[in-house]
Design a protein around this ligand. Structure first.
Ligand code: F6P
Length: 328
């Protein structure tokens, strides 16, 4: 490796995701392994502009692989979206002799990174971390697997009470404009119907499916609703709509909210974080920049950040087919 990089900064930005701590740990330990200094940047790009830094060594990241959240904290900075803000951040980097950055986050984080890297010719590598799994060029984002398991666990519990009372539950899950959490957790928890942003099949389909469920002898039902789904009704309006049209249903609504973002990362996310963290440092030491370290069929790959941000949303139509067949 042609190593001209002596000090790497690492930050987490945007919505936090389980596995971010494990990724920071891997970056810090890879730096230590390759004899490169590492600096933690607190509060994402906001802390970068303010010079909120701390030197990290291999021991600074002990016992964090199993912790949710991010000990470096996270923020969504409006100021970094301006050229002045990014200039301020660059001044902090030069003042502290930081040669390169690893940015851990989602599309907003990567977009900021692309601008910053281009304007100041600074090597930047991204690690995809968001529960939404909405980044192109990687099969999985950090935190998605843990969030899925959290959601399935919550739906299993709701299923218990739904079943005891013969009720229909509408359950809203996160995902912003992506339906990955809804579709996969819906199949995993045996939901009767799943509404996702990628396809709007209309509320009539849902009514029809509930009618069929009743006729087939189902006594309780679960409908998983992605927060970004496109029916034009929010989850409470959807519930009211069904109540008006199918009077014999006793309906409740549950919005899972931010519990989906917390908790101990799954083993899958810890291993993924470790692979991507090591891959990020190695990419920088190889002289790569403006790339995301992703996973493609088990292999760690380097994908241009622009592709990660602008690529086609990956939506698995086969999963919808499987959901329809297994919910009859
Ligand atoms: O991107 C992660 C995510 O949790 C989305 O699923 C959700 O739409 C959004 O962040 C919530 O953001 P905040 O924590 O700022 O309310």
């Amino acid at each position: 490796m042609a190593n001209t990089i002596k000090k790497i900064g690492v930050l987490t930005s945007g919505g936090d995701a389980p596995g971010m701590n494990a990724a920071i740990r891997a970056v810090v330990r890879a730096c230590s392994f390759y004899n490169v200094d590492c600096v933690g940047v607190y509060r994402g790009y906001q802390g970068l502009m303010e010079g909120d830094f701390e030197e990290l060594n291999a021991r600074s990241v002990r016992n964090i692989i199993n912790k949710g959240g991010t000990f470096l904290k996270s923020a969504r900075s409006m100021e970094f979206k301006t050229v002045e803000g990014r200039k301020r951040a660059y001044e902090q980097l030069t003042k502290n002799n930081i040669d390169a950055l690893v940015v851990i986050g989602g599309d907003g984080t990567f977009t900021g990174g692309v601008y910053f890297s281009k304007e100041f010719d600074l090597p930047i590598v991204g690690i995809p971390a968001t529960i939404d799994n909405d980044i192109s060029g990687t099969d999985f984002t950090l935190g998605y697997d843990t969030a899925l398991n959290t959601v399935v666990d919550a739906i299993d519990k709701i299923r218990d009470t739904a079943s005891s009372h013969n009720r229909l539950f509408f359950i809203e899950v996160m995902g912003r404009d992506a339906g990955d959490i809804a579709l996969n957790s819906g199949i995993g928890a045996g939901a009767e119907e799943i509404l996702i942003p990628e396809e709007d099949e209309g509320v009539e389909r849902m009514l029809e499916s509930l009618r069929k469920s009743k006729m087939s002898g189902k006594l309780s039902s679960i409908i998983v609703v992605a927060e970004g789904e496109k029916s034009g009704k929010n989850i409470f309006q959807l519930a009211e709509y069904v109540e008006e049209h199918l009077e014999d249903y006793d309906i409740r609504v549950s919005v899972l909210g931010h519990i989906q973002r917390g908790g101990r990362p799954s083993c899958f996310d810890r291993v993924l974080a470790s692979k991507l963290g090591v891959g990020a440092v190695e990419a920088l030491l190889d002289g790569d920049s403006k790339v995301m370290i992703g996973l493609n069929h088990q292999h760690v790959v380097r994908v241009p950040l622009t592709v990660a941000i602008n690529g086609e949303a990956k939506y698995d139509k086969e999963l919808r087919r499987v959901a329809d067949i297994t919910s009859v």
